[in-house]
Design a protein around this ligand. Structure first.
Ligand code: AMP
Ligand code: GLY
Length: 422
């Protein structure tokens, strides 16, 4: 099979790595890819948000199957254009991708599906939004409706903070994404992520994880795209996972079918769990990054079969073979991230690392310059390990972190703390 993966982050490196373990994979092209991906697959320079360009590329390279990594091409309708042209695609339609692209849409779907989530209201003028905040009080959560690269959410502990957030969002801080805001009840509890493959009505859970969104140790400082993650997440026990399927995921999928926009792809549910009861924080219509890296490491060669079965609508017969293992990934980021950071610093020590099905360094923002690997992004490397216990996986990952020589980078040293300190 000739496979095209769209994207160029650590998520796509891990998807490529998993696909290559599967004998079905003959040719693998990743667009745009990065320096790590270039070591295992062909990288192609392609505007992945331009559906016509992606279709033309897929035709030219006799692609059999396209896996879409990030949300932007999904929200832009690239999967629809590929399907119209006759390609097999993993990833939802533009209409179904609204589950990530519009927070208001997700809330409407949850209400129709009777799925537990925070109480909410939607506003498109600042004065009525502020009146609502004054009436509700704090803590309260203010969200830009559209895609804002994970930065459009303010969890306000005081009314003043919430009112400021309204001024910011309607003042254009998030462009068109902030023209409408959703204001939500603050939910208390422990957060975890749940990943489910869906092909319309059938759904198959493929793992749980906990991310570390803040840049600093002890969950301090500004939010990032994620500084590290581990799987499984103990708070998402089998019982909580079963409740999530029954109360949240299946009703959502049924509502999407009822609307005529069935959901196909991976559905990533961000949950707030309190006293064993899950409530939905948000949906994403793609794998998490860096959560994908640990899921791929735990699933190994079967990951590609599952993704392929999902795209072909064969999930009813699919099964996950679970190993009793744990995986962790530590993000190395450029100093200054998530604010301003320098690009172009050299990373050494990568070639000396042992890489196998237990230890991998997935690349995110890297490029190759001759024999050197240079940092080009904010989040740059995902140092990933798998072992029988989370402690052992963590020790292996940090041993590799310490063997990488990159003075321009930093990481959190406490990935996994929530579970390891219990
Ligand atoms: P989102 O982009 O919707 O995932 O929100 C980003 C983060 O804000 C989440 O991961 C939560 O930590 C927090 N958050 C969002 N909505 C709520 C809520 N209703 N109550 C408490 N925390 C929330
Ligand atoms: N790591 C969080 C995300 O991918 O949205």
């Amino acid at each position: 099979m000739n496979i095209l993966i769209l994207g160029g982050g650590g998520r796509e490196h891990s998807l490529a790595w998993a696909a290559l373990q599967n004998p079905k994979c003959d040719v693998l092209i990743v667009a745009p890819g990065n320096a790590g991906i270039a070591e295992i697959a062909t990288c192609a320079d392609l505007d992945i948000n331009d559906g016509a360009a992606v279709v033309a590329f897929a035709e030219e390279h006799a692609i059999d199957f396209v896996i879409v990594g990030p949300e932007a091409p999904l929200a832009a309708g690239v999967s629809d254009e590929l399907r119209v042209a006759g390609f097999l695609v993993f990833g939802p339609s533009q209409a179904a991708a609204e589950l990530e692209a519009s927070k208001g849409f997700t809330k409407e779907v949850c209400d129709a599906a009777n799925a537990p989530t925070a109480a909410w209201a939607r506003f498109n003028d600042p004065e009525s939004a502020k009146a609502y905040i004054r009436a509700q009080g704090a803590p309260i959560v203010v969200k830009a409706d559209g895609l804002a690269a994970g930065k459009g959410v303010v969890v306000a502990m005081s009314k003043v903070e919430a009112l400021d957030a309204i001024d910011n969002m309607f003042g254009g801080a998030f462009g068109a994404a902030g023209a409408e805001v959703v204001i939500e009840e603050f939910m208390d509890g422990e957060e975890a992520s749940f990943f489910v493959l869906c092909d319309g009505l059938d759904a198959l859970p493929i793992g749980t994880a906990q991310d570390h969104k803040r840049v600093g140790e002890g969950d301090t400082g500004p939010n990032t795209g994620g500084m590290g993650a581990y799987s499984p997440a103990p708070v998402l026990s089998d019982t909580v996972a079963a409740r999530t399927m029954e109360e949240i995921i299946r009703p959502t999928l049924a509502e999407m079918v009822r609307r005529g926009t069935p959901y196909q792809g991976v559905l990533y549910a961000g949950l707030m769990i309190k006293d064993g009861a899950p409530r939905l924080v948000e949906y994403n219509v793609r794998f998490g990054d860096p959560e994908c890296q640990i899921l791929m490491m735990r699933l190994g060669a079967q990951a590609f079969d599952l993704i392929h079965a999902c795209a072909e609508g064969r999930l009813a017969d699919a099964q996950v073979t679970w190993a009793d293992d744990h995986a962790i990934t530590v993000v190395l980021a450029a100093k200054g991230y998530p604010g301003n950071y320098e690009k172009g610093s050299e990373i050494k020590g990568l070639s000396g690392l042992d890489e196998d099905s237990f230890r991998m360094v997935f690349h995110a923002g890297t490029t190759r310059d001759g024999d050197s690997v240079l940092a080009t992004g904010g989040r740059v490397l995902n140092v990933t390990a798998r072992a029988a216990t989370l402690e052992a996986a963590r020790a292996a990952a940090y041993a590799d972190v310490d063997a990488i020589d990159w003075p321009g980078g930093f990481c959190r040293r406490d990935i996994g703390w929530r579970t390891l300190s219990d």
